[in-house]
Design a protein around this ligand. Structure first.
Ligand code: GUN
Ligand code: FE
Length: 437
């Protein structure tokens, strides 16, 4: 018996390199088990098809003209426990929103039945919307965050999952002592690392510099170093928040994190709207990434983030839904909002080129993989990488739009980004395994 290979044949988009988008018209991606073994255009397919059919047991998946194959989306910043709050509290700004809505909800996750119910829903929804890799903020509570890792594992998503660290909070019952914070983090990390499933990995998650001090963050960075882990946090999101950071530390925001050794090449910081040029230089030097969360920046009125500025100075950038600062679990929605914000910025600046649909496609796929330091494994259809992919179709009965005239492949992609939704995502694959469709 020869080995099985799946051949996806049709119009294929991916970013072969930073900021580039390539169309393989009538091309193919060949997948064996978890991995991509070959990729090419229509000519390469003609040359290779015989060889594949002689060597392997080939199963063909042939796409229609209204369909495209794209790499899976990467959500570089999502708070799983906040999912029930999507759409709520947007008459507030960050600090009030945290106190009145967010901590109020998050402190309920001592209740593991609530955790199971919410995490089951949010992971399923995230996959339905095409997120093949998610970088989750979990709960302060290690046990609830273990339930989140269980849900991710159950549904087959690729994810970084973090137990939040907070030793300071306006709620007495929603913080840990320093010792609890360290012990529970190690317990959580070891629980996740002991699993056979390599798709789920722990991430060290100091919430932000208002909930943990430099000394504690330094200890967390040591845990990250010992276990070679990713790190995530928030930075420079809101003007009132930044004023408090300056009052407490008398340092620029990014330098607070640098002092605590948490700016690493495996660190992703959400927002960064008000970072100075010097802070960007520091972040670039440390090879740290930024998660651009345009919906959250708008909903809780944090500001207009000039993500092109980060990209131009060479900082790794991905997109984040930032549920529930953002209202939607969809990275397609984040792509659309990243376009909107960039266009709005351009109205007030001379010679400012707003992002294009190709730019946000890159940010949602390879950009996200780079931001999570996973671009050796995922992000595009390079042979040797794992097959995380979506089949998108803009000609469906129950969608938001009708497909009345034929579209070119580039137009199919544009239609999806601007007017599509989860119903247009027919199939979702993670590590070669079909999770939807
Ligand atoms: N800063 C600290 N915590 C949070 C959070 O949960 N959401 C957002 N958007 N910003 C934060
Ligand atoms: Fe956030």
């Amino acid at each position: 018996m020869s080995e099985k290979v799946r051949l996806f044949i049709g119009n294929i988009f991916h970013s072969p390199e930073k900021l580039q988008v390539q169309l393989l018209e009538g091309g193919f991606v060949a997948v064996k088990d978890r991995k991509i073994i070959a990729v090419g255009d229509a000519d390469a397919l003609k040359n290779e098809l015989n060889r594949f059919e002689n060597e392997y047991d080939v199963e063909k998946v042939t796409l229609k003209a209204s369909q495209v194959l794209v790499p899976g989306f990467v959500d570089t910043h999502i708070h799983a426990p906040q999912y029930p709050n999507c759409g709520l509290g947007y008459d507030k700004t960050l600090l009030d929103w945290l106190n009145l809505y967010t901590f109020e909800l998050e402190r309920k996750y001592r209740d593991l039945e609530l955790a199971e119910k919410v995490f089951d829903s949010v992971v399923k929804k995230s996959i339905e919307h095409g997120t093949t890799t998610a970088c989750y903020f979990g709960s302060l509570f290690a046990d609830a965050t273990i339930v989140l890792a269980d849900a991710v594992e159950k549904y087959g998503q690729r994810a970084l999952v973090g137990k939040i660290n907070m030793t300071q909070c306006t709620f007495d019952d929603y913080r840990e002592t320093e010792q609890e914070s360290l012990d529970n983090t190690i317990r959580f990390v070891e629980n996740v690392l002991s699993r056979k499933n390599d798709l789920v990995q722990p991430i060290i998650t100091p919430r932000f510099a208002l909930s943990v001090d430099i000394e504690h963050m330094t200890k967390l960075s040591e845990i990250a170093k010992t276990y070679d882990l990713h790190i995530q946090s928030h930075v420079s999101e809101n003007k009132d928040e930044i004023a408090l950071i300056h009052d407490i530390y008398d340092l620029p925001y990014a330098e607070v994190y640098d002092k605590a050794n948490i700016l690493t090449k495996k660190t992703v910081l959400a927002h960064g709207i008000y970072l100075s040029d010097d802070e960007l230089k520091l972040i670039l030097e440390r090879d740290t990434a930024i998660s651009h969360c345009p919906d959250s920046n708008t909903c809780i009125k944090s500001g207009l983030c000039d993500v092109r500025r980060f990209m131009e100075c060479g900082i790794k950038v991905g997109l984040g839904t930032d549920i529930s600062g953002g209202f939607s679990p969809s990275i397609r929605q984040a792509m659309k909002s990243a376009l909107d914000v960039s266009i709005h910025i351009s109205f007030n600046r001379d010679n400012y080129e707003p992002l294009t649909y190709k730019d946000v496609f890159y940010l949602a796929t390879l950009g996200g993989a780079e931001a999570l330091a996973m671009d050796d494994k995922i992000g595009n259809f390079e042979p040797g990488k794992e097959f995380d992919a979506l089949i998108i179709d803009v000609d469906i009965k129950d969608g938001q739009i009708d497909y009345l005239i034929d579209c070119s492949p580039w137009e199919v992609l544009q239609k999806f980004i601007y007017s599509g939704d989860d119903r247009n995502i027919l199939e979702v694959y993670v590590s070669g395994r079909k999770l939807k469709g």
